[in-house]
Design a protein around this ligand. Structure first.
Ligand code: NAI
Length: 335
């Protein structure tokens, strides 16, 4: 099948070419998919997109005016797709539900360790010949309480790692995973109790209308004074302006982010020669107790191999049967 792959970098090309093995005719485009670039896809029956490609109503409509009938997401989340429009225009949407929950869980714990032990500051100090320890004081994770919000694949993997550290785990999820209480050291509680009892809170829920700004002023006020908040899920789970206020008055002790509300205009590009126009983001970068990585939690060789293989398998399955076990249905909760 001819596939137009949008928003590609050299690493995408490498892993897709390796996994393809001549199965499909892959054409790699650098631009992101938008209404304006959709015309590049007009004679492709399938397109492949990532998290910052926009499939809003008019883009989906424009795609439907050409040959495109399959939208293959090379991501787990599909909050960037207007599923109603895709359904209306009879497009099939497929995704990669799991590619390496370990990659994101391990990055989550990496952010937590770096923040707590001030590794980002220590790295710079030592390179400048400053071997003083003032300002680098951390705490033992052993014996501390970590709250896991969302215990699906990634949340459960994060919980497993933190159990190994000797943490106490609290969990919140409307659909509890028995593994958390039966095999791991966790206990399900309601969200308010999790927020008020945890030294560290880590978010692993999909972005839906219900979870947008899940952590805003109210939730931040519930949290333990000085607690650390980690978000490797979706930026819009946190009201960033409120988080900045909580950092300024010390209610929030640290913030580790791999995702940011307005990341679309920033992440995945080298903007080092430009002035950052997003003042909220620029303010975040001024805090010594904030670490931001640019949506790289998924970025391991194993994850990229799995993403490429599953995406191409989804396309093959669609080509052979007209559907796929990884198709996203209209009524599926947006992830
Ligand atoms: P999953 O679908 O396995 O688990 C999500 C869990 O959240 C489910 O158990 C669900 O019941 C729960 N949930 C839904 N609404 C909730 C709420 N209001 N409160 C508490 N729990 C709620 O998803 P998975 O694979 O664990 O991924 C989690 C999120 O991680 C994804 O939705 C995506 O946004 C993000 N992600 C980030 C990546 C990165 O590179 N930073 C890469 C891949 C995923």
């Amino acid at each position: 099948m001819r596939v137009a792959i949008f928003d590609t970098k050299p690493y995408d090309r490498r892993f897709f070419d390796e996994a393809n093995d001549g199965r499909h005719d892959l054409v790699f485009f650098e631009p992101r998919l938008s209404y304006n670039t959709a015309k590049l896809a007009l004679d492709f029956p399938a397109i492949c997109v990532f998290v910052h490609d926009s499939l809003d109503t008019r883009t989906v409509k424009r795609l439907s005016e050409g040959q495109t009938r399959l939208i293959a997401l090379r991501s787990a989340g599909f909050n960037n797709v207007d599923l109603g429009a895709a359904h209306y225009y009879k497009m099939t949407v497929v995704r990669v539900p799991a590619y390496s929950p370990h990659s994101i869980a391990e990055h989550t714990v990496g952010l937590l360790l770096a923040l707590n032990r001030r590794l980002h500051r220590a790295y710079n100090r030592v390179r400048e010949g400053n071997f003083a320890l003032e300002g680098l004081l951390g705490f033992d994770l052993h014996g501390k309480t970590v709250g896991i919000v969302g215990t699906g694949k990634i949340g459960t993997n994060t919980a497993r790692i933190l159990c190994g550290f000797g943490c106490n785990l609290l969990a919140f999820d409307p659909y509890p995973n028995p593994v958390i209480e039966n095999e791991l050291c966790g206990r399900y509680v309601d969200l308010d109790e999790l927020l008020s009892e945890s030294d560290v809170v880590s978010l692993h829920v999909p972005l839906t209308p219900d979870t947008q700004h899940l952590i805003g002023r109210r939730a931040l006020n519930k949290m333990k004074e000085g607690a650390i908040l980690i978000n490797t899920s979706r930026g819009q789970l946190i009201d960033t302006a409120e988080a900045i206020d909580a950092l300024k008055d010390g209610r929030l002790g640290g913030l580790g982010l791999d995702v940011y509300e307005e990341e679309d205009g920033l992440f995945f590009e080298d903007l080092s020669n430009q002035v950052i126009q997003d003042d909220v983001f620029a303010r975040l970068l001024t805090f010594p107790n904030v670490i931001v990585t640019a949506h790289q939690a998924f970025f391991t060789a194993e994850a990229l191999q799995n993403i490429a293989k599953t995406t191409l398998d989804n396309i093959s399955e669609y080509e052979e049967t007209g559907s796929s076990g990884n198709a996203v249905s209209l009524d599926q909760v947006k992830a």
